[in-house]
Design a protein around this ligand. Sequence first.
Ligand code: DMJ
Length: 605
Amino acid sequence: MYAPSRKDFILLTLSDEDSGGYNNGKQWRRQSCWRKWKQLSRLQRSLILFFFAMLLICGIVMYPKVTWPWSGRNIYIHITVMLAEPTYCLFKKKKKNSSCDSQCMMGHFLKDRETNVFCTSQSPLRYWANLQPALKRGPAPKVCMWSVSGGLVDWPEAVKEAFRHAWKGYREFAWGHDELKPISKSYGEWFGLGLTLIDALDTMWIMGLKEEFEEARKWVATELSFFRNVDVNLFETTIRILGGLLSTYHLTGDSLFLDKAKDIGSRLMPAFSTPSKIPYSDVNIGKGVAHPPRWTSDSTVAEVASIQLEFRELSRLTQDPQYQKAVDEVMKIVHRLDGKHDGLVPLFINTNSGQFTHRGVFTLGARADSYYEYLLKQWIQGGKKEKELLEDYLQAVEGVKKNLLRKTLSHGLTFVGELSHGRFNPKMDHLVCFLPGTLALGAYNGLPPNHMELATQLMETCYQMYKQMETGLSPEIAHFNLQPHSVRNVEVKSADRHNLLRPETVESLFYMYRFTGDQRYRDWGWEIFQSFNKHTRVPSGGYTSIGNVRDPTNPSPRDKMESFFLAETLKYLYLLFSDDQELISLDKYVFNTEAHPLPIWPSDP
Ligand code: DMJ
């Protein structure tokens, strides 16, 4: 509700100059002023002139500060320019000691009601006038009024608020359970280990949410027990629980988290007792028995090859080599295997034979994605010494370029498709959007600069996967149109229209911004964040996965908040917007595939 506006009145008295009453005529006033001025001494006149000259100089100097009273502070100002049609929004963002222009980019012409990001060191009105020529592409808008409407919008603070909102739902309706079901105000259980709570610990710490963190820590100390007769998935438990506990231990120095990490790490070890040493997918952490899924003796390549960062770190901390030995063995086996295609791996590996199965399908998406990510990240974690990891990574990037990379003819969007028994399929999972960030991380660590060029192109594509959808949210899988004159680049099949609040695109935006400082990546992240808020936020607390990113009026909420929304999506958004580059410095930490930062090992003296 808005309060009715206050009415101000100005009283005007109208009089006739010839009426003979009090003579306040303009000419009379001018003559009298001039006479008074002449009566002053030369010194008095000089002093007055000097005073006005100073006033003018101060006015010029102070003008920008008066028009932008907030300048010099690291805040975001949201100014809405209301037009007859469409609507534009201006944002001003300015960092201490930096010129606004170098920080910001020109906004784009937008459709009605969309939010845009502009930046200016000028007053909004002047900026608006200067902007006009840039808007020629669209219908000439008619300015009705402009107003400061949003007050201060602090982007990191907005993400923190989103976290608090998500946490409120979890705390109220799912406390100690795996996942919140925000619509039905209940919870879902996967392993029954408080998955969301553990996955979110380090995010709370990074965001400085002390109260929330302390309450969660208390639950870990008093309620969390891994002595349970329950089957857990080795990969998911490693990246979310082991990874989450290890990173929280590093950030806080609190030994509670290391003790818990040791406990779960050792309970997962039976998974490696297989004929081939390729681990089974499932372990009963109470009974200490592992097994493959009921229908196959295969494990997924991404799953067996992206548990290494966590187990290697556990060995380093505990001085017990068994964990590292087990996971290094997996990497050695995969390194030697036949069946790769230019460094690209098939999706399954047999736990008895230790060979790839279901050969001939190659993707950077589901079942293979984090294998590639962990080649690079293990190499970084270990101080860039393990040559086989680097070799495999470099070969795989070349394999991607040679076999999976294409450009849409109509808009020139570069994407990573799939290869199935020699046939190219222009299909790209949202999961593949980890790749721009990983490529950028490699380039930052001394790998070829063309990796960064590719990262830049793929980043644009991942953003377009959001931008081209009616909700502003990406589908789970996109199909790229390769026809020369297609209007739409990104197409979606009806089975792929869902969005699970996944992190990969904002993860890559975080890396791209850290390495380039290009404001565009923050702006894209902000747009995506706003779309999450608009279409997935549940008023009573929490955020929900949705079933249809093409229908903004009914996105079909799915009633599930995945734990990675708190562990990854909101953490990467927060870090993307934070101006503190030292907050989880990429020279000191490497993020596991669930966004839990683990330290890069110090090099030997
Ligand atoms: C997360 O659990 C991890 O990022 C994993 O590597 C891939 N899937 C989800 C997020 O999408």
